[in-house]
Write a protein that binds this ligand. Structure first.
Ligand code: C2O
Length: 551
């Protein structure tokens, strides 16, 4: 194992997309940011210098941070923000994971431009468990471009209590492609391939607020990994990737054929159920066969994508994921459970004047909110939760009373209750070291059923069950897959359905679990687990690094 060192200079840089030139936060002047490459077992040190006029933190999305919670990055959860002019070194090991993860800013909506891939190669000499071996690997970050300043977009939404303005384009490695307008023609991502060769696309959904369909015209993809865990390979024409998720897929270029087109369209479009409040555009990139010349990109036939609200397609696609569960890559699925939780996940509202004075453009003159078990998460401001936990100074910062089930059960996927107002609080669930946890995440129909990509920091969890309608413990538990369930760090709670996850709380620290649609996170769709130290020295959280920022 080696130590890999990177420097992130956070600076404003000029970027032009969709004919709009503006100054955006970048890492080292690049958008998207630099690729980080490590081998499994390496130590990674990223020295961050904040040279923009805003706070920033960085999160290494999906890295387990085993006993290194101080490096996890969510602002006010594991650290106070790095203020303008300040520096902080993230220092951690990447253990027991291999595949594609990513890094992104974890303060407000800065991740709109501050993100990049984090590739974890197997240890030297260890082959991939799938074949053929890729001839080339290509990170592919799917994102969203806003002509406006994303910080202004979310500030405005929080001020008015309404929904935010949606993005103006989806992007491939920051490039929107030719479908939007003439200006975008130069901004097209081109993947050049050689006939007969195999490519591994390391795909990340870095979009702020949209789950995405992904397809390549006339090409079948083979999925071999997700969220830095291998999966049993399966073929798919269209992928569904939720914000936060990654997918490693093989694409084999067709044999040389002079009568075939020289280029094919790669397309991305949203999957959503929130009618009228999403960016309903399609982004296009080009798969180009060398050495033939480039076709007119704007006229490439698009792959056929499902309808924007095809929830059935999404459920069928998700059902394909199985972990390898092999001798070399065993699935250590918890068979028994120490603590069971049932979280009702969804939107809600605040009374008009409850938080800030001003207009209220949310549903029925209220303000939008989002919650789990009707608690809308309030970010602390005076310290980080991890700091409070380390010093055992909880008073005024957090309360350890996050409910294990909704206070008032209701028909989650039926007619919503009349009172949709949420409670506010910085509430956490304390867990003893090594507790085996099951969480059933149940979507609610309050203000419309909608899928929520839930991301857990500090852990990979097993997705042991899922279904539509209300979770029914008596029948649904018996159908769990405890043999080869997929291991992930982000799973979508299906629209008008539920998903059950299991993990072992073997990583001490404070770990946020939140919806990876940024607007829902801003509205409070989050909670945190407070995982206590174990009795042995190697089961304890070390002290904070001396240079950790103060609030
Ligand atoms: Cu990718 Cu808490 O985030």
């Amino acid at each position: 194992a080696r130590t890999r060192r990177y420097t992130f200079n956070v600076t404003m840089a000029t970027v032009t997309r969709l004919c709009v030139t503006k100054s955006v936060p970048t890492v080292n002047g690049r958008f998207p940011g630099p690729k980080i490459v490590v081998r499994e077992g390496d130590r990674l040190v990223v020295q961050v210098h904040n040279n923009i006029n805003n706070n920033v933190t960085f999160h290494w999305h999906g890295v387990r941070q085993l006993r290194s919670a101080w490096a996890d990055g969510p602002s006010y959860i594991t650290q106070c923000p790095i203020r303008p002019g300040q520096s902080y070194a993230y220092d951690f090991r990447v253990v027991g994971q291999r595949g594609t993860l990513w890094w992104h800013a974890h303060f407000s909506w800065l991740r709109a431009t501050l993100y990049g891939p984090l590739v974890i190669l197997p240890p030297r000499g260890v082959p991939y468990p799938f074949s053929p071996k890729p001839d080339r690997e290509v990170p592919l970050m799917l994102g969203e471009w806003f002509n406006a300043d994303p910080e202004a977009v979310i500030k405005q939404a929080l001020k008015t209590g309404g929904g935010p303005n949606v993005s103006d384009a989806y992007t491939f490695n920051g490039l929107p492609g030719p479908t939007y307008n003439a200006c975008a023609a130069a901004d097209t991502f081109r993947l050049r391939v050689q006939p007969g060769r195999t490519y591994m696309l390391r795909i990340v959904n870095a979009a702020l607020n949209d789950e995405l369909f992904f397809a390549v015209a006339n090409h079948t993809l083979t999925v071999v990994g997700a969220d830095a865990s291998y999966v049993k390979p399966f073929a798919a024409n269209t992928l569904v990737i939720s914000p936060g998720q990654t997918m490693d897929v093989l694409l084999t270029a067709a044999a040389a054929n002079p009568s075939s087109p020289a280029a094919y369209a790669i397309a991305v479009a949203p999957y959503t159920n929130t009618v009228g409040t999403f960016d309903n555009t399609t982004a296009v990139a080009a798969l180009e066969y060398a050495p033939q010349s480039t076709a007119a990109l704007g006229s490439l036939p698009l792959p056929v994508l499902p309808l924007y609200n095809d929830t059935g397609f999404v459920a069928n696609f998700s059902a394909n994921f199985r972990s390898l569960a092999s001798a070399r890559y065993p699935a250590r699925v918890p068979r028994s459970v120490d603590r069971r939780f049932f979280f009702a996940v969804g939107l809600g509202a605040d009374p008009c004047q409850s938080r800030v004075n001003g207009t209220c453009q949310g549903p029925n003159g209220t303000r939008f909110a989002a919650s789990m078990n009707n608690v809308s998460f309030a970010m602390p401001r005076s310290t980080s939760l991890l700091q409070a936990h380390y010093q055992r100074r909880y008073s005024g910062v957090l309360t350890a009373n996050f409910p294990a089930a909704p206070p008032v059960p209701f028909n989650y996927t039926g007619t919503p209750p009349n009172n949709t107002f949420v409670m506010h609080g910085t509430r956490v669930v304390p867990l003893g070291y090594n507790t085996t946890v099951e969480v059933v995440l149940q979507d609610t129909s309050i203000l419309g059923a909608e899928s929520h990509p839930l991301h857990l920091h500090g852990y990979d969890f097993f997705v042991v069950g899922t279904g539509f309608g209300n979770y029914d413990a008596a029948n649904d538990t018996a159908k769990y897959n405890l043999v080869d369930p997929v291991q992930r760090n982000t799973v979508s709670v299906p629209t008008a359905g539920w998903v059950a996850i299991r993990f072992v709380a073997d990583n001490p620290g404070v770990w946020i679990m939140h919806c990876h649609l940024d607007v829902h996170l801003s509205w409070g769709l989050a909670m945190a687990w407070l995982v206590n130290d174990g009795p042995l020295p190697n089961q304890k959280l070390p002290p904070p690094p001396s240079n950790i920022p103060k609030c």
